[in-house]
Ligand binder design. Sequence first.
Ligand SMILES: Cc1cc2nc3c(=O)[nH]c(=O)nc-3n(C[C@H](O)[C@H](O)[C@H](O)COP(=O)(O)OP(=O)(O)OC[C@H]3O[C@@H](n4cnc5c(N)ncnc54)[C@H](O)[C@@H]3O)c2cc1C
Length: 491
Amino acid sequence: MSNRKAIVVGAGIAGIATAIRLAVKGYEVEVYEKNDVAGGKMYLIEKDGFTFDAGPSLFTQPSNVEELFQLAGEDISSFFTYESVPIACRYFFENGKKINAYTNAAQFAEEMRKQTGEPSEHVIQYLKDSERIYDKVGSIFLNYSLHRSSTWLHARVISAMGAVKLPYLVKTLDQFNRSRFITPEAVQIFNRYATYNGSNPYSAPGMLSLIPHLEQNQGTYYPHGGMINIPKALVALAEKKGVRFMLNTAVEKIKKDNGRISGIVVDGKFIASDLVVSNVDAYYTYKNLLSDEAGAKKILRNERSSSAFIFYWGMKREFSELHLHNIFFSESYQQEFNHLFKLKKFFHDPTIYVNITSKMESGQCPSGKENWFVMVNAPAKPQADWQEDMNALRASVVAKLSRMLSIDIAEAIEVEEVLTPNGIQSRTDSYLGSLYGTSSNSRWAAFMRHPNQSSRNQGLYFAGGSVHPGGGIPLCLKSAKIVSDLIGYLG
Ligand SMILES: Cc1cc2nc3c(=O)[nH]c(=O)nc-3n(C[C@H](O)[C@H](O)[C@H](O)COP(=O)(O)OP(=O)(O)OC[C@H]3O[C@@H](n4cnc5c(N)ncnc54)[C@H](O)[C@@H]3O)c2cc1C
């Protein structure tokens, strides 16, 4: 008997992971990818000897990657290696305070006490609660489909419900953090975790306080060779398991026959399949691949996550005061988010994230220089041309970094590339250039994300940042597992 065939549309991280899981299950798997390389939002920019990871830069929960190699019976070390990074982030405040967020809780708490006066026990207790809520709630709701009764009948759900105290639901993340910390710096640091899924800490629920567990307790990691080596290693694993990648091949339509998915259309030609997994933004999938306007409109009931502007700067010199991950905070965080989510504009004093992989290994840029990935959150909105915003934003970023680092930053930039929200959209079909699909700006957002399986189109599944459980590499990899489990149940 011939194998059942599965088609995956899109070779983003969740598409590749789904392909591996289905190949291991015995499916004949083909992945169709419109770009000339797999990885989606994860790709490489190389210019004049400088190498930049274009998309994600923070690697957490490597266990999701490890699991794929275990499942496939392969030794991860011959594909992919990484190391732990003991400082999750270095925070810079306009008042001159600098804080190292050590992934050792006691060390981090002591640093917070020394630099800001925040009592150490506040930080320790917050991180313990973050772990508890992640273990009780996150482990169920992030690892299983929310749209199957078996999840809700699971005995652990009752225990999870018991752990969800009212403040996690009724308070915003900011209100929650204000009730736990006495210093503005601690509140701001822990508010920032809302941005890990493109949300607004002044709207998103206190439940997002489970996110620091991923970074501060479970640790941050650096993949050798950069983030790009995650999709590269997974593609090599997938190919070893028999997955076939069709690059430079855009899918035009997903086809249905009598209410059941029957295959895809590429270059005007029909390709049959037993099931299709879309790794493309759910909005784009409904609107363009299924021509289902009503389905697409439904996705937009949930607010989009924020987008971003990224400047890739090759720097002429090294900066000893900087680490792998650095944050330069806005003086008025609330106004910044009000601009991004309500006014849909940039704030004149943006929070700036600077990632420098040459801090971790040589070969990322010429010696004595640095490769800076400089990211500022951007509103998710339709806009034909970002040039004017870009010019103003660049001036604000240069002025702020120059002020906070006491050096003329503009003068130190040797190489420059820029990625705009439109660039993110056109490369990956992520609507409005959202980094993480939909935001978590309401307490119901987690339940309103599109399921991993289509109820209207039998045989159609969804994996990736725009569907349950959400965006970011760890959750995308979890969505691949949920899809594979769902397919397992249904055959
Ligand atoms: C600038 C930036 C910074 C980020 N930082 C982090 C971070 O530090 N840590 C973190 O964990 N996450 C981060 N993220 C989020 C993370 O990158 C995403 O959540 C994740 O990579 C999304 O993966 P995905 O599987 O949903 O697919 P995507 O990466 O969205 O890929 C979808 C794929 O589908 C393809 N496709 C689209 N249409 C078609 C079609 N018609 N036919 C065939 N193929 C098609 C696209 O070309 C693309 O390859 C960041 C994202 C960006 C953009």
